[in-house]
Write a protein that binds this ligand. Sequence first.
Ligand code: ZN
Ligand code: ZN
Length: 666
Amino acid sequence: MKKVLILTAGFGEGHNAAARNLRDALEMVSEDVRVEVLDLFESSYGSFNTLVKNAYLGVVQYAPRVWGGIYSLLDNSTFVENRLTGFSRLKNALGDILHEAQPDCVVSTYPVYAHVIRELYRNYSERPFRFITVVTDSITVNSTWFRAPSDLYCVANEPTAAVLKAGHVPEAQIRTLGFPVSPQFTEPPTTPVNTPVFGEPRRILYIINTGKKKAGKVIDRLLEIPDAHLTITVGRDAELKAKLMERTHEHDDRVRILGWTNQMPQLMLSSHLVIGKAGGALVQEAIAARCPMIINQVIPGQEEGNARLISEHELGAVAERNREVPDLVKEAFAHKARLWQQWRKNLAMISKPDAALRLAELVLTECECSDPTRGKKRLFEPSATHAVPPARAALNGPAESRMLLCDFHIHTNYSDGKLSVPEVVDFYGRLRFDCICITDHLADPRRLIGKLARLSNMTLAGDQLEEYFEVIDRERRRAWKKYNMLVLTGIEFNKDGYTKKSSAHLLGIDLKAPIPPALDLPETIAHIHAQGGLAVASHPHIMKSEWGKNTLHLWENQEKYAPLIDAWEIANRHNIFDCVGMKRLPFLANSDFHKPKHIYSWKTLLYCEKNPEAIKECIRRNEHVSITLYREDNQFTRNAVRPGETGNEADMIRLEPHLQLKAAHR
Ligand code: ZN
Ligand code: ZN
């Protein structure tokens, strides 16, 4: 088993994107590799880091001109080196991790780590692992990236390689592989992109994250272009989404407005043009998708390089102001789309959609070069007492019953949860859960509260349901391979009325396909059962500790629903509903997880075989079902809560995977 440690930092978008994509690619190309992504700025600095990050992001987002100044300062001085003494905690943390983990290869997507590693191994004969830096900047590359040594430097393109050569990095150490975009960019587009002829739609993807105020006007003018079809993404800005929906409602046959989406690769692969800011990841993704780009904002500093990449290589255009965007779009498609065709041709020459896979292959080759004689400890693998059999063995070996730790009520950022689906999988996987079910809210649009909820982006949008199923499907495979954990797809159907007695939340567990949101409860349950899923009443009684509304409809109408419902939550997070026990109804206990600290809550233990059918049958029969209160143990408390520190405890749990968290029952 090869071990790869990827170091990143949440500053800006490029570093994290590169780290995650490389991890996904490594797991795709090899069965024999264990990869961890670590953001030490998050886990070793706590509140201090938040401060640094806010300062950094604040400067980047709100005062681009100031940032430009800082950027050149960084480049010309020994800014990082001088601050290394201040980074002693980071250094100690990284030293501990490297000592324990003994990785074969360490990859850094953030320049500071190279300096820390140089400090760590200054007095040692040799660093016992290969070290690769993935430069996430393009053309305007800060020298911090290469002032400390790495075995190899991977860059996105030739102009960036030239900057490193000019900075005296030996040519043999530079690899021009492309920016590691998601391996999903290698998939064929769902809607192929051809030169649009008269009357055919020009599919334009408009990614709004800045210039929101003027976006409406730009959209109006884009819609004046004949055959322009717009897909607009607004991220988490529910207010903007509502405004734009109203503004464009007359054109809803050619305007689609999305909130937050996981499907960016497919959207780009299927679009003729993308409009957005010159962010590192976005520009590289557009290039990978061969989708010409119109840049509507450039922050001085790193982003200038990205914009130059587009303009100098003629891969699209850079608008001086947002209002010039519609004219640039018109120009692109004028004269039988001559300009657009040229952009596409140029893109085809430099696009490297498989960069992450190539980089993964390189990392695996480098693993072979690391010193094979040193003793290898097993940090990345579960400790002996928690040994998890390899997935394959579990599949082929004799099926046997065992105690399974489960959580069937989990929210992600598809509704009002904090973590994304992949983050939830990593979070629960590292805690060695056996089975989880992701259950984001789906509101009934016929109910007033449902309508409000839809606008506030706190529930799954109807047009995102398919994407939701796809994303969980993908993560299901990864979770099984990496953590031997089952991931089920679920939905929490919110049927909210004006009163608690007319409100109900119903979980559908292990669903195979979307179910329409505007159905009555019995119809919804029938759909769940038709798919082989379980219908579970969530928080069916009065909740004492939550501010949320109570949902008593199912409980108040037990005679009607008890025969239809497979199980009732006897406990939800900190609440316990003894009435469910008194009535001897089939039961389950769940976290109703929205953020990391919710992990400390009631859970279900099942004694059965580890596969979805056996798990569902165990719940239906409600034999060998028990509940447990999952609490942090002392070791965790000792490690995570440091005296005098007011860091966010929850984030610590999420970001310190090297802590051995244990379930109290094991
Ligand atoms: Zn609920
Ligand atoms: Zn819930």
